[in-house]
Design a protein around this ligand. Structure first.
Ligand code: IPE
Ligand code: IPE
Ligand code: MG
Length: 246
């Protein structure tokens, strides 16, 4: 089992992104409905956030609902939206007290109005906090984000506010939903699936991946430490050769 003291605190990722997967399969194993898995998954979010804070992680991005997830049975979608709003209401005091800033990346305007209201209130209330940024990817997909970025650039160009030559990495970043947020150094996916499922395609160009078979409702602080230790064992070369990094 991986423990906190094993971690090199000088080499902790500034930004960890997680594809929280396996709630449905976990619930099924317990003989329960899928929504039960999602509600227990909230416990894992709580523990993961605390462990991330303990290590000094500055951004924790959680893939909570993809644009493709709207196509799930209505009962599950409605349940997830209720769980989201209820969790924000229940947790916002404690989050605020522990210095968490809540942020959203995704097409918020398509969420039910009561969710938009709770999210807006929580973001406004916590906007002065900087212990850690809890970035919720809600109604998010990387292809939506990239199409949106292309539209924003085209509009600026058409209006004569920028030139084609202006389009460097920094400029692209400025059109993304993650504007102002550094790229994640580490991406974790739970539940034994080895795919990206339309998450952060631009931002993960040089991200390290950690896949685990653990289902999200069973994910504990020790699983996060294990992922960070795995990350710390990697050599990030960014296209160079090993000797150049010495
Ligand atoms: C992840 O768990 C949560 C969401 C996508 C909202 P799943 O609901 O995808 O669980 P599995 O993959 O069906 O087990
Ligand atoms: C990815 O999980 C989206 C979230 C975790 C919110 P999915 O369960 O929706 O992804 P697929 O269907 O396995 O690719
Ligand atoms: Mg899934």
């Amino acid at each position: 089992m991986s423990t906190f003291p094993e971690i090199d605190l000088n080499n902790v990722p500034k930004h960890i992104a997680i594809i929280m997967d396996g709630n449905g399969r976990w619930a099924k194993k317990q003989g329960k409905v899928r929504l039960y898995g999602h509600s227990i998954g909230v416990e894992s979010v709580r523990g993961t956030l605390k462990a991330a804070q303990k290590m000094g992680v500055k951004y924790l991005t959680l893939y909570a609902f993809s644009t493709e997830n709207w196509n799930r049975p209505k009962e599950e979608v409605d349940g997830l939206m209720n769980l989201l709003a209820q969790t924000i209401v229940n947790e916002v005091d404690e989050l605020d007290e522990s210095g968490v800033r809540i942020m959203c990346v995704g097409n918020n305007s398509e969420l039910p109005e009561y969710c938009q209201n709770e999210l807006a209130a929580a973001m406004e209330r916590t906007k002065g906090n900087d212990n850690i940024h809890l970035v919720l990817a809600l109604n998010y997909s990387a292809r939506w984000e990239l199409k949106n970025a292309m539209k924003l650039f085209a509009q600026e160009y058409e209006e004569g506010r920028c030139q084609l030559e202006d389009l460097d990495d920094e400029k692209v970043h400025s059109y993304l939903a993650t504007k102002g947020i550094p790229d994640p150094e580490l991406l974790i996916r739970t539940s034994g699936e080895y795919r990206i499922s339309n998450f952060l395609l631009w931002q993960i160009a040089y991200t390290e991946f950690h896949f685990t078979d653990v289902l999200w409702p069973e994910f504990r602080d020790t699983d996060l430490y294990k992922a960070v230790l795995d990350y710390q064992s990697r050599e990030r070369r960014f296209g160079l050769v090993s000797e150049q990094l010495k």
